[in-house]
Design a protein around this ligand. Structure first.
Ligand SMILES: N[C@@H](CCC(=O)N[C@@H](CS)C(=O)NCC(=O)O)C(=O)O
Length: 196
């Protein structure tokens, strides 16, 4: 039997669950396309050393090593297999290899949805990061996060929701543009657009 793809994902504290929206983007694509895969759970402090030791090239921008990363098993054309980092790069690669059912990556709404979703997450960081840290992270991941995000510098509560209002309204308009309930109208299986 052909080997499975490996998805690298962050564990939650027990009972272990997939909790982070970035790996979920890839997990949804794999599930949606019914691609067999297994999960390799990896904690924040282990991500960079693990991939560095395997010689995986770092991201060109931002944090050098991130999850989701996938490993595609060896094949005659790629005897060592292949590591792909970043949910968008992974989606593009999986769409090329498994085109059906489609992700609609060329839909005109995609770039706008990506931009708005990014803005919404940045505006609401002070709302979800403290709760995620408290309720979901393992102690090791909590320690790592403490050094990465100074929660005193991000706005939370009502002020954060007020700040996010314009972008949430813009997402509402985008959802209504084609009549809803999805950004592509009735095309409800375009998960990737919603989750990017
Ligand atoms: N644009 C990337 C973002 C991935 C990302 O930031 N992943 C986080 C976990 S949710 C990560 O691996 N961070 C590593 C670190 O902060 O050291 C994607 O969509 O894959």
């Amino acid at each position: 039997m052909a080997q499975e793809i490996t998805l690298f994902d962050l564990p939650s504290k027990p009972p272990n669950r997939s909790w982070s929206y970035n790996p979920w983007k890839t997990r949804i694509v794999l599930n949606y396309k019914s691609i067999p895969y297994k999960t390799h759970w990896i904690e924040f402090p282990d991500i960079a050393p693990h991939f560095e030791s395997l010689g995986v090239p770092p991201n060109a921008q931002g944090t050098p090593y991130t999850v989701p990363t996938i490993h595609i098993p060896p094949s005659p054309s790629q005897p060592k297999g292949e590591y792909i980092v970043d949910s968008k790069a992974i989606a593009i690669a999986l769409e090329a290899k498994y085109p059906d059912p489609p992700l609609h990556l060329d839909a005109p709404q995609l770039a706008r949805a990506e931009e708005l979703w990014g803005q919404a997450l940045r505006a609401l960081m002070g709302v979800f990061v403290p709760d995620v840290t408290r309720t979901l992270l393992t102690d090791r991941n909590k320690e790592y996060m403490k050094d990465r995000i100074d929660l005193k510098t991000v706005v939370g509560g009502d002020e954060a929701w007020e700040g996010a209002k314009p972008v949430i309204e813009a997402i509402g308009l985008l959802l209504k543009e084609k009549g809803g309930p999805f950004v592509m109208g009735e095309t409800g299986k375009s998960y990737y657009i919603i989750f990017i």
